[in-house]
Structure formats: C-alpha cells, structure tokens
Design a binder for this molecule. Sequence first.
Ligand code: ADP
Ligand code: ZN
Ligand code: ZN
Length: 870
Amino acid sequence: MSSIARFAEVVVHSPLGRSTQTTLANPEGPASSADLHQTFHYSIPVHWQSSIVPGLLVWVPFGPRQMPGIVLATPGSAPVEVTRDILGIIDPRPVLTPYQIELAQWIGQYYHAPLHSAVWCMFPSGISWQAETMLRIGDMAAAPSEREYRILALLREKGPMPAKELERQVRMKGLGRVLGQMIHKGWVHREIRVRGPQVRPKTEATVRLAVPSAEEPLAALSKAPRQRAVLSYLLQRAQQEATPSTLEVPLSEVCEQVGVTRAIVDGLAKRGLLTTGQREVRRDPLAGRQFVTTEPPRFTTDQEAAWQPLAAVLESARSHSAAVVRSQVFLLHGVTGSGKTEIYLRALAEVLKRGGQGIVLVPEISLTPQTIRRFAARFPQRLAVLHSRLTAGERYDEWRRIREGLVDVVIGPRSAVFAPLPRLRLIVLDEEHEWTYKQQDVPPRYHARDVAVKLAELTGALVILGSATPDIGTYYRAQRGEYALLRLPQRIMGHQRSFEQQTAELGVEAHQMQVKAFGPGYEDARYMELPPVEVLDLRAELRAGNRSMFSRALQEALRAALAANQQAILFLNRRGTASFVMCRDCGHVIQCPRCDVSLTYHEDSQYLLCHHCSRRAPVPSICPQCSSKRIRFFGVGTQTVEQAVHELLPGVRVLRWDRDVTGGKDAHEEILDRFLRHEADVLVGTQMVAKSLDLPLVTLVGVVTADTALQLPDFRASERTFQLLTQVAGRAGRSILGGKVIIQTYAPQHYSIQAAGRHDYESFYRQEIEFRRQQGYPPFSRLVRLLFMHPGALKCEQESQALSITLRARIAQLGLAGTDVIGPAPCFVGRIRGLYRWQIVLRGPDPAVLLRGWPLPLGWRVDVDPGSLL
Ligand code: ADP
Ligand code: ZN
Ligand code: ZN
C-alpha cells in the first residue's frame, strides 16, 4: 500500500559523532552550517511500518555504531539510494509531540543551532545514552606474549567487558598499543555498545495477599507467630480498603510495622499465602512539605480590569484546534506585589476548567518553596515542579507524568517550556525581563520567552508575560499592539490575614502599621504605598569630607533601623566592578569617543580598551573633565561592605549573600531563613537579594553603588540598572512597618537612576527607547553575536579580522544595506580559562540571513539575540 511510509527521517543523538568532530577550537560540533540541520534516512522494516511514527525514539545504525535517534517524519521516499534499517524501538510511546517537532525545527533555524541540540534539549537532562567500547575474546591466539596472555586470560575468565573495566583490572603500561595489535590480529573483538537511559524508574518491593479469606490460614500458622502477625497485619489493612483484593503494601511498611525481617515475609510467600512483587514509585520532590489549600481571593477592581481581556480570550477559545484558535500574547505590567500571581492563578484555573493545561515559567531563583507552595495550594496533585535541584530521577519521573497527561500545571525555569503537555493552553512567564530565560552556555541558545511565543503560535495557547519592569523589547511590542498590555497600578498589596499574622509574630501595634484598607467589599485586601526613595549623590559626600562607602544619610538610617530592632539590606551590584575608570569628584567615566561606551581597564597590559571598536587609550592620571587627581578604578565586593558595616557599627550581626555562597543544595534558602528568623541585622548581598521574598522586618534598603553596572560597555546597561534598582527598591516596601530606600550614586542625574527613584517605568522607557532608536539597537534591529575563543591571542585576532572582512563582503554581495558588522573586538571578559575571546556583532533587520546556507568557519559560536555583549 502506498499510504504506508517506508522511510524514517531521523535526528541522531550522536555524542560519539560529536566528540569526533569536537576539537578545542570547535566545541560547537558540526563544522559548517550546512551540517547543522542534518538528518538521516533509514528504512522501516515491514513489521514496524505501522508503529514507527514521528516523535518516536529508536535505535539506528550510525557508522559502525548503534545510536538513539528521534523520528521527525516518515516520508514515502528517501533522498539517498541506500538506506539502512531502523534497528529497534527504544520507547513505544513518542517522546516528542508533533508540535514539539515543529518547535525544534524552528529553534534550530532561528537560533542557528544544530538541529540535534534543539531536538534533544526537549528531554529532561539526565536521560542520556552513552556509548562504551566492549571487548570480547576472538580467534584462538597463537603464541601470545606474556602481556597478551594476561589480557586473554582475563577476557576468558570474565567474559565480554567494557574497555574501561579491563584497563582498571590489568593496570598495564602501553595497554592501548597491545590491545590495538590484538584487535588487528583478531584475537580480541571490539564493539561499541550504547548504554540506555541512566535513569530508570525507581521501584519498591511490595506484598499482596494471595488468599481470599483468613481464618484457615491463620489457624495453620499457630506455630509460626511472626508469620501469623504479618498475615493478620495485611488482613487488617485489607479491611480498610475499598477494594481489598487489589491491596498492595510496600514490603518496607510490613517489616517496619510488624517488626519482622524480609525472611519471614518470604516464608509466607513460600506457603502461597501472599505474593511479592515490584511496583514503581514516583520520586516526589514535594514530599514532606506541608501545603495549605488557599481559596482564591476576590479580585480588586484593578485586578478585575486587567482580568477582563484575558477572560474574554479564554472564553472565546471554545474550539481547541490550534488551527482555529489564534495565539495571543498579553503583557501584565505591575510592581512586585501588585497581584499578578493571583491573575496567573485564575487564568490557570480557567484553563483547567476547560480541560486545558498550563506551563508557568519563573526564574530559577524565584523557584523557592514559598512560590511552589502557593501554586500547589491551588492545584494540589495536578502540579509538577521542574527545578534544577531535582535529581535526574525525579526529573525523569516528572517528565513521564507530564507526557502521560497526569499533570495539568508545570512550573519550572526556562527548560520547563519544553514540558510535553498534550493539551497546552496557557504559558505564563513571570519576571519576563529576566535574562536567566536565555540559555547562554550551550546550543541551542534560545530565549524561553520567544520559544513560548512560537509555541503558542503552534498550539494556539495563550501567553501571559508578567513583570514590574518589562524588557524594553517586550514593552515596545505591547506599545505597537503586537501584545496586549494589561496594567496593575503601582502599589503593593497583600492579603489581610497575612498582615494579621505578621503583626502578631512581630509584636507590632496596630497604629504602627503602614497598611491601608481597600474599602467596602474588599475585606481581604490591604495595600501599602511604594516606599520613598532617596537618591544620594556620592560626589557631594566626598566634597563634604566623607570618605566612607556609606553616605551620612545611609549611616544614620542604618543606626535608626537597628536601634528600632528592625533589619536592613545593603545591596551591591557586582556586575562591572573593578573595571572602569571614574573620577570621584565629578563622576566622569572615561569613555570611548567613537562608541559612547565606557573604556575598561586591563590589568595585565595597563591600558584602557573599548570593547566595541577595540580602540586603546592610556590610563589618565587626571580627570579630563574637572582635572581632579582622584580618578580611580572602581569596584567593591560584599566582603568589603561587610567589613565597613562592622567598622561603622561594631557588634552588629551581618549576613552575606551572593552567588558565591556555597554549601548544601539549600544554602540560599538557609541564608534567607536565618535572616527571616532575625538571626542577623544586616544582609549584604548582590543580585540575589533583589529577588528574595517578603522580609517583614526590613525597613531599610541601601544601594551601596548604583552605577557600577551603568558603565558596562553594553547597550543594555541602563535597562539592567533600572530593573535592578526598581526590584531592590520594591523589597523594602513589603514591611508592614513601612520603610525607605537609599540609592547611593555618582550619577544622580542619569535617567535610569532618576526613574528608579520615582518608581517610574514609563519615563524610563521613553528615554531608553529613544536611545535605542538613535543607536539602532534592539528592538529597532536584531543582533547576532559571533564569538571566537582560542588559547592564542594572535590567532583570535586574525581569525576575527578575516571573518569580519568576509562578512562585510557578503553584506555587499547580498545587498543588505541595513545590516552592519560591529567589531571585531576583544570581549569585555577578554580571557576565560586560558582562552582568549574575540567577538563580532552583526546588526540589522535580520542579520542571521548572513549565516544561512553558508558555512561559518570552524570554531565560531553563534548567539542570536544575545542577552549582553560583554
Ligand atoms: P505579584 O505576583 O504581582 O507579586 P501577588 O499576586 O503575589 O503579586 O500579590 C501580592 C500579595 O497580595 C499576595 O500575598 C497575595 O496573596 C495578595 N493578594 C493578591 N490579590 C489579592 C486580593 N484580591 N485580595 C487579597 N489579597 C490579595
Ligand atoms: Zn572629574
Ligand atoms: Zn569604541
């Protein structure tokens, strides 16, 4: 029959193939972009004609080896004359849904990533197929040497064994050479075996009753009291069941409850009174945690207003066919605590009511027990949490539960966007501006927001992007009507019962509370105004003779907060410290006259460098603006701040929290818990503290230096600074005791600091978008970053020069007038782990077209829509 497919187009998972192609200079795999999207054709044996479908995981021959592969399509013909047969089916159920296959193809194209990386990133990590070399005895050996004899004896005694194992057992110098000769002579055979998924379902031993009634057997056991005890325990358990005959009790439970060993249970099994077996246990990451089921609160009028357009779309999505339902993206803009999560929760509830399912993406750092608890409280049993601290086994279990359709809500970081939900209707991205949504290290370098929007297009799902400080590009799209904009007014609110609880715990009197009621009809809701922010000019402090890193105002506020037995957070932006040169008198930062970005100081060669155009300049000894001699390199760390606090306020308890905190997997949570329990007065931290949760005793937030990140040679420097400051400022406002924020800066006039001081996103946006328009940066263009890394500095430079010449020629040849090449230049971080780094940035309406269907030289790393140019 012609309708039956005879071929399968397969993406091969080739760790081996990759490792042979991967060299130091080419960590990215395939040598040219022509190989990027390579698939292979296999023939489908007759008996599998109906079982091999797209999305299936199969074994295929690949060179001399066997490899796992995923079937993308089952065409009626193959582009090559000779095809080999598919060898086997690894998993009888498809591992990719049809929409995921399409999504993977899009990711590969859009992000210029190897198709196989795009396909395999849809799996939970930890499921891997590894190849190993197996050795077994071959032809009869004639007159082996002593060493050869040892190897042969071992193989004869132990049977076939992995080469690694043999190596361990014989411990012989030059083993590889000896073995090579033996293989050549045919005395030893070598073959490659692929080991299956390392993670297997976890099982436990169980016990079932094998007899319908008990009296007789119990009587027969009068001489075996312990066996008798086991039997009566099981009978008693069965009576509590609705269907006693299907009762299956874990063996461990029986042994523990009755106080017997496994041998006793086995004895009963031998008598035929019960049977033992195995059943799969699901590794439950939420096990052991308590949840309070909470009722959804009544929406405030603002929430109601934001909800209406969403409700209308959810309502109209009557038909679930993706072809009929148009995808729609909403941007929900509201400060932290303005009630966004309640809107996500209601949208999810609506989707579930209609038989749909949803994915909630959060930055990894927000995936705390508090967040999980909140979702689990509304959707108990139906929630899967995928976070990086899960073991491989837990991740695999959750993935299979999702595939089986046993889960309705999946919550996790960026990779959760690949959860294979069969009835996906809603994708929520909380804190959509966060750059943890972009995968940076390995291909595919996707952004979960853009993948989500594409996924919505493929499935007809709805997307809600939420943020207090939306990404400039996202807000731009909302302004242009591509996304629908929903607003929650700028204030912090909370549930009245949680405020009551806090008051009681903190022993606060009612009149001290800075909390207001919403009015009649909204008994549960309370709100607070955003905290006042003071922007403090550090240049003035210096002029007044204060050389401390804390301004007088911050010192005073610290003393006051601690005297009142409250807590303070000192925030420090570590991005970009110790790298640029600034005048401490006038705040002037030495910049590149051609690129308008700060020049950075390079210790090894002691000059200033522009990371956009590679212009070099000597380090000035006086400020070119005000002639002051107090011009210096800038940078402080959390340790320095901690020290300064101790000097200022001896005896104060300080806790440090930054990315370098190590320890158990819950180290971060522990720090937060300790601070919550008031075991410290001051928390000194970096980016992490900006995202921490409600800290009711914190009434002061001090930003030690606001402008460090502002001076980074990156067009997103202002945006990131504004986002961080706004987030940090929002932290203080969560205390029922009120609070304030002090931002210390050398650049008090800068629009991102001014706007953050007023909690004014709109005004920041207006100025930032103007800057982007003038400079031709996203969202008015798109960027592709090409990165080259090599141990040789000269090689890096030559390679980069050569490629940029070629690219400029290609632009001219293709007539891409709107596209330009920025660079080449050394990266901001010029060397990582001994490898020099150079980059070329392509800018234009669609700069990736330059790379399509054209082989990029070996060793270049491609990042489409890069998060930063550092
Ligand atoms: P966001 O997601 O914007 O940070 P949340 O949805 O978490 O805001 O809301 C902040 C706090 O206010 C939460 O404790 C939440 O339970 C509470 N809250 C939100 N909406 C209401 C409401 N309509 N009535 C009472 N409490 C609410
Ligand atoms: Zn100066
Ligand atoms: Zn420059």
